[in-house]
Design a protein around this ligand. Sequence first.
Ligand SMILES: O=C(O)CCC(=O)C(=O)O
Length: 294
Amino acid sequence: MNTLAPAISPADVAFYRENGYLIVENALTSAEVEELRSETTALCRGERGPIRGVEPADPDESDDDVLRRYLCIHFPHKLSDVMYRYLAHPAIVETLTGVIGPNVKAMQSMLFIKAAGKPGQAWHQDEDFIPTRDRSLAGGWIALDDATVENGCLWVIPGSHKRGILWPQKDHDNREFDCTIESVGFPYTDADAIPVEVKAGAIVFFNGYLLHRSLKNRATSGYRRVLVNHYMNADSLLPWRLQPGDRAAIADFRDIVMIAGEDAYAYKGIEDVGGAHVRPSGEGGCIKNPGEKK
Ligand SMILES: O=C(O)CCC(=O)C(=O)O
């Protein structure tokens, strides 16, 4: 793995705090990008074990035919040693300890394949799905292909994280997007949004309150592959995936991976409850399957 992680400067930290996102170019070497691409293919072929929603590929099926079947696989780090290792890539540890603090844990990974023609994801805030208690949630969006407006790069509304408001959500039936519930009623328009076009190997970090989306892949071929991992301050409890009877004030989801510093809650142990699964692409429409969440 690349040990020469680009150093994060005070100006980078200030930019992240002000805008809610930060781009680290060349965070991964081309060999690392290639390693993640080929692991993506192995996962989609079913070569790393069962994934809910993945059909093991026939030996005579081409990689292209297999990759085109899936929009996104959640929790690939549960099956793949390679994906697990990249949770704590040095560029990620360097940046997140700069913007979050010394103790950082991961709780989610998502592997987007997003072949030509596949939908994006409507405006949303990640803290709506993964609530922290100290607003420290951060995504680390690792580009495995050049991400462009044409193939469905990320769009962000700079500064939209700052007030710490979670805007209303509703189901939608817009074929531009997958069926994940969308944020509405916020005081910004599409004109306030900027596309985040990056080269393969860049990592885009973004705050869990930042409004962001991606559009459909309108290219005629290829993919917009991305590994997105989610992190937070390990000093905060994680009241995620509450079960009936859980008290939100003390709930703490413990299916986590420490990537830096100390785990103050280590005495609780670690659970292994989240399994890898495919995200429905919503290509058949969303009305019959509303509110599909992360
Ligand atoms: O890259 C995408 O298409 C969506 C990623 C995203 O919205 C997220 O990770 O929260």
